[in-house]
Ligand binder design. Structure first.
Ligand SMILES: *Cc1c(COP(=O)(O)O)cnc(C)c1O
Length: 398
């Protein structure tokens, strides 16, 4: 068996941040070597999740960490975060049930989706959930009726420049509108708590939080009595782009908080998804076919857009790759998935080079693939099964 760990350091040096450069991937390689699971599959190292959580805890000591469950809802991952004392950002009854079943307290669950059915709000409230996001009057009125007295925060729309996967305009309102909604919340018997925003996922500019923190200040000025700022998600994982270290984000966030709030510091929430789980996962795939067209060498993997790599849409997220044949001469490739769908192409504009010796049956590992992969996998498009997830715990092996 080829020693994959020997090539890991080469790939890691080529890309990714120093701090995020494939820490403790060895337990994952050991697992893959020992069990030889069918591919494609995702293997998550819980020790890395733990490490990321603790790093964030010390970088933002007074921030309440609400893990965005959608990034990776694997029960072992959520259970690990329950044990670490995390809170949870959820978007649906299914995510609430998952967190509760794994031991989360209902008061540690924040219903962060601004788009909710009335019956789902009522159900969450009956289960004890008391934190809710909103950004519109109809939703706010539903909250007042179905979750009376609950804490409500209003999401503002902020500039997502610098994000690899921006949110567009789907969520959030202006600071002026947020202030009006939060005033109405109080009139309707809810607890107007504060302001949230999301700077865009895989946000590569640590200064991006300034927009949201400044907007929150405007809302606080217009509506006295507010006391919480929710910094959202957006912290990065290590893909081929160079993401700054966590300390840079923490410093810029601190500077913005000081600039806009001084010593009247609000309660802080932060909702990391990708940052806690991305670097913890390795996705193992197999080369199905390598073929040469007139212009390109096509490498078709058994993983694609529909069974886990949804975030390759628009080539937004560019995973680091590791192969059995690293060290051999390389050449440019177009990477594609296994289905009969013409959109199931992973990278054709982004330049990827792979060993010229690569052929069907070889393994290709996608690194830092722990976020938004298995959770985005289709049920079984074209007969390809959803992506299975295995968990290891690197701390237990040391
Ligand atoms: C998805 C989501 C997050 C997590 O975003 P990341 O970029 O993965 O950190 C946080 N908050 C809300 C409201 C979300 O929808």
């Amino acid at each position: 068996m080829t020693d994959l760990s020997a090539t890991a350091s080469v790939t890691d040096r080529l890309s990714g941040t120093a701090e995020a450069a494939g820490p403790a991937t060895d337990p994952i390689v050991q697992f893959l070597d020992r069990h030889q699971p069918e591919t494609p599959c995702l293997v998550v190292d819980l020790a890395v999740v733990r490490e990321r959580y603790r790093q964030l805890r010390s970088a933002l000591p007074d921030g309440r960490i609400c893990y965005a469950v959608k990034a990776n809802p694997t029960p072992e991952v959520v259970g690990e975060l329950v044990a670490l004392g995390a809170s949870f950002d959820v978007a649906s009854p299914g995510e609430i049930d998952l967190c509760l079943a794994l031991g989360a307290a209902p008061e540690d669950i924040s219903y962060g989706n601004t788009i909710k059915k009335r019956r789902d709000v009522a159900r969450a409230h009956a289960q004890g959930v008391r934190m809710f996001a909103t950004d519109s009057e109809p939703d706010l009125r539903v909250l007042a009726e179905e979750a009376p007295g609950a804490r409500v925060f209003c999401r503002v729309l902020v500039d997502n420049t610098g994000s690899r996967t921006p949110f567009g305009k789907k969520f959030g309102c202006s600071p002026e509108r947020a202030a009006a909604l939060l005033r109405l919340a109080g009139e309707l018997g809810l607890d107007p708590w504060g302001v949230s925003f999301h700077s865009g996922s895989q946000q590569l500019d640590p200064a991006a939080w300034e927009h949201g923190i400044a907007a929150a200040r405007r809302v606080f000025d217009a509506e006295p009595g507010l006391r919480m700022v929710n910094l959202g998600g957006g912290l990065p994982a290590a893909y081929t782009d160079q993401a700054p270290p966590l300390a840079d984000y923490a410093r810029r966030i601190e500077e913005s908080l000081t600039r806009h709030f001084g010593d009247r510091r609000p309660e802080l929430l932060v909702e990391p998804g990708r940052h806690l789980v991305g670097d913890a996962g390795v996705l193992r795939s197999e080369v199905v076919l390598v073929s040469e067209s007139d212009e390109h060498r096509w490498v078709y993997l058994d993983i694609g857009r529909y069974n886990g790599l949804a975030e390759t849409e628009g080539e937004a997220i560019t995973y680091r790759l590791r192969t059995d044949r690293d060290g051999d001469p390389t050449g440019p490739v177009v990477l594609a998935g296994p289905t009969c769908d013409g959109d199931d192409v992973l990278y054709q504009r982004t330049r990827y080079e792979l060993p010229v010796t690569l052929r069907g049956g070889d393994r290709v590992d996608l690194l830092s693939a722990g976020a938004y992969t298995a959770s985005y996998s289709s049920v079984s498009f074209n007969g390809f099964a959803p992506l299975p997830t295995y968990c290891v715990d690197g701390d237990e092996r040391r």
